[in-house]
Structure formats: C-alpha cells, structure tokens
Design a protein around this ligand. Structure first.
Ligand code: SF4
Length: 149
C-alpha cells in the first residue's frame, strides 16, 4: 500500500516495519495506517482461509467500493494465482462485472485485471488508474485504459 504521509511507495516494505513484530512506530503511526482495514477484517463473513497472512494477498476496496484491489506480498508476487484466493477473485469479478465493479491484482508495480475467465495483464500501472473491462464479440475480455480524469 502507498502511505503518502511517510512517502512509502506501494509494493515495498515500510521502513518502520519490524518484520515478525509489527509497526515500529505504532503509537505515532500516520493517519492512513490508523484508518486502514483490509476487506478480510471489514467483512467477517469472509472465510478464515482468506486471511492475508495465509494467502499473502491483502484485499481492500477502493474509496467508492467499486474496485477490489488484491495486493500481493512482494516476496510472493504470484500468490494471487493460488487457491483459495484465485477462485474467490474470479467469482467476485463475475458477480460485480455487470454492475461496473472491478477486481484488480497488484504485485509490486504490475497489475492484472481479473475477469470471470482469464486474467488480463496490464503491465506496470498506477493501481488507481481508470480502465474499463469489456467483453469482445468473440467472447474474450479486454481492458481499455482511460485517460486520467
Ligand atoms: S502501520 Fe507502521 S509499519 Fe505499517 S505502513 Fe504504517 S507506519 Fe509502516
């Protein structure tokens, strides 16, 4: 995750993180860290086996809850392709696509758009970039990147 207050980029360890112990500045951590809760914490109905330390994937909805972002541990960039997380991502993509929802995977600087069928690799992109996922006439899927607002 990006943490603007401490200029922490996405996809990199925070300099304040004491691995295996927790936040080294917990009492004075930035506001972004105080308010963030991943989707697994926010939605108790999600199964235990989607807990981020088990899957190596943190799930979080963007600000207006239209995009589910699955952020992978940089040390396990393809963790999202494993079960049970990948099956859930595809089902979420399927159930949210018709209403304009999106499911995106972020592994370091690389992004994938998840469709009900195959994932679409978007390359290195800002995870907040705007794009539409459309179904082609041949039944395949395509991601169309849109200019920034
Ligand atoms: S909670 Fe602490 S370790 Fe985690 S990102 Fe924030 S400052 Fe860094």
């Amino acid at each position: 995750m990006t943490v603007d207050e401490i200029e922490k980029p996405a996809g990199a360890w925070c300099v304040n993180c004491a691995k295996g112990a927790g936040c080294g500045i917990y009492e004075t951590r930035p506001q972004s860290c105080r308010t963030f809760s991943c989707a697994w914490l926010r939605h108790p109905q999600l199964p235990h086996n989607l807990r981020p330390d088990l899957t190596r994937v943190v799930l979080a909805f963007d600000n207006n809850a239209t995009r589910l972002v699955a952020s992978c541990d940089p040390a396990h960039p393809m963790a999202w392709r494993k079960e049970p997380i990948y099956g859930h991502l595809k089902r979420w993509a399927e159930s949210s696509w018709a209403s304009g929802g999106q499911v995106v995977v972020m592994a370091g600087p690389r992004l994938w758009a998840i469709t009900p069928d195959e994932p679409i690799e978007l390359g290195e992109m800002d995870p907040g970039a705007r794009f539409a996922i459309v179904r082609r006439l041949d039944g395949g899927w395509e991601a169309k990147v849109q200019p920034a607002a």
